[in-house]
Design a protein around this ligand. Structure first.
Ligand code: CTP
Length: 413
């Protein structure tokens, strides 16, 4: 399946330095996915790489020339200026996998192959993803080189723990492509419209316990909330994701996992002081069982009896936020969501005013292609000043459009 286009990567020139490691095969997938997502990927290989994968492989997945030598031309740029030409105008230099040898060269400014020379000529940020076997990563020499690099502003992608090709187990494995792309997005987002801003996103349907086994919940998948968290990260924000959904946490977000409306209320209130924005995308239960049984509720043999659930109201999180904000001024911007099956705009306008929101995102869940579980949404943004309807689009694009609007609201506060 083709990777969805990533807005942040459109037209970005990424230099991908690949070193001679068994993990080089993962760099092929990275180059391929980055290209599919919209980036222009120029691959630079160190000499040892071609013992594992060929330049042709990278050329095939990027559709661009691949550079592997300081001395041979033929890759589109005259040899003697390739290192300068490649570095010029690049948005990011990613070295993945980065071997101990290349890390040492980069740390000490050695320049004896195209990658190390380009790294000296380039003026873009540097992201290194070390990958090495056994205890090499923990060696003081490697750690000292990494400290030198990060001390100069390079960003580090920590290797994963796991089993190496040698059979040894330890820290040193190159993370998988989605994690690498997540780090690349963070590096590219550093100067985004929400840089330095603290954003809280809630996502998912809460689960209200009946007994230790059963709970009441709703059809919310959390997809729209996770798309918002990713869009805020892509705009450079520090994101806290308060979630009851079981989706992969976007790279760079801090996850606070919760179950019930009560837990979500506590987590949200705890993170409000000093926050810039709350995006309340969670489908919070309005009712919960009055008391959750301590033990699993059992059937009685020979009886058709069924228990009666007595429900009680949960706290309204946005109303609690409104009260706290009235005293503290935080968060600076609050956005609510409303899923309605009828009279969408009338209910939405009422919620916007009643909950003291800066914006409300309303969606009509009666349509099969919008709302719960699906990947698309049709929404209307309401503010106290007016409304704007978006055509049916992916939850990713809804999230990006929303982040653009709220970044504008926040700019004045
Ligand atoms: N919300 C909340 N706390 C609740 C219920 C909802 O903070 N206990 C938030 C939701 O996260 C959403 C907004 O309020 O951002 C609107 O949610 P919705 O369920 O549509 O509104 P309710 O106020 O619960 O009204 P109703 O269910 O009657 O439509």
């Amino acid at each position: 399946m083709a990777t969805e286009a990533i807005t942040l990567l459109q037209g970005k020139r990424i230099l991908l330095g690949v070193c001679g490691s068994i993990a080089a095969y993962k760099a092929v997938d990275l180059a391929s996915k980055l290209t599919q997502a919209g980036a222009l990927v120029d691959v630079i290989l160190t000499e040892a790489v071609e013992r594992f994968v060929t330049a042709l492989t990278f050329q095939a997945v990027t559709g661009r020339p691949v550079y592997d030598s300081l001395w041979q031309s033929g890759a589109g740029l005259p040899t003697h200026i390739a290192h300068v030409g490649l570095g010029e105008g690049a948005d990011l230099l990613v070295v993945a996998p980065a071997t101990a040898n290349t890390l040492a060269k980069l740390a000490h400014g050695l320049a004896d192959d195209l990658l190390s020379v380009t790294a000296l000529a380039a003026r873009c940020p540097l992201l290194v993803a070390p990958a090495m076997d056994g205890g090499m990563y923990a060696h003081p020499a490697v750690q000292a080189n990494l400290q030198t690099l990060t001390g100069r502003g390079a960003r580090l992608i920590e290797p994963d723990e796991g089993r190496f090709a040698s059979g040894l187990v330890g820290r040193g494995r190159l993370p998988e492509t989605p994690a690498l792309i997540g780090h690349i997005r963070r590096a590219l987002a550093a100067n985004g419209a929400l840089r330095g801003r603290r954003v809280i996103v809630t996502a998912g349907g809460t689960r209200e316990a009946i007994d230790p086994v059963r709970y009441l919940t709703n059809r919310s998948s959390g997809k729209q909330g996770y798309a918002l968290a990713q869009a805020a990260l892509d705009a450079g924000a520090e994101v806290t994701l308060v979630s009851s959904a079981a989706l992969p946490t976007p790279t760079g977000a801090t996850l606070v996992a919760v179950n019930s409306a009560g837990e979500m209320l506590d987590a949200v209130l705890a993170h409000l002081p000093g926050s810039d924005m709350l995006l309340m995308a969670a489908a919070v239960a309005d009712f919960r069982p009055q008391a959750a049984a301590d033990h699993k509720i059992k059937k009685r043999e020979g009886s058709d009896d069924a228990p009666t659930l007595v429900l009680t109201r949960t706290a309204d999180i946005l109303m609690a936020v409104k009260a706290q904000r009235a005293n503290s001024g935080f968060p600076r911007v609050v956005v609510g969501f409303a899923a309605e099956s009828h009279d969408l705009l009338a209910y939405a306008a009422d919620k916007l005013a009643r909950k003291g929101l800066d914006m409300l995102v309303a969606n009509d869940i009666s349509a099969p292609d919008a709302g719960f579980e699906v990947d698309t949404n049709r929404v209307v943004f309401l503010t106290p000043d007016g409304q704007e309807a978006l055509a049916l689009t992916s939850k990713t694009r809804v999230a990006e459009a929303l982040i653009e609007r709220v970044a504008g609201l926040l700019a004045g506060r």
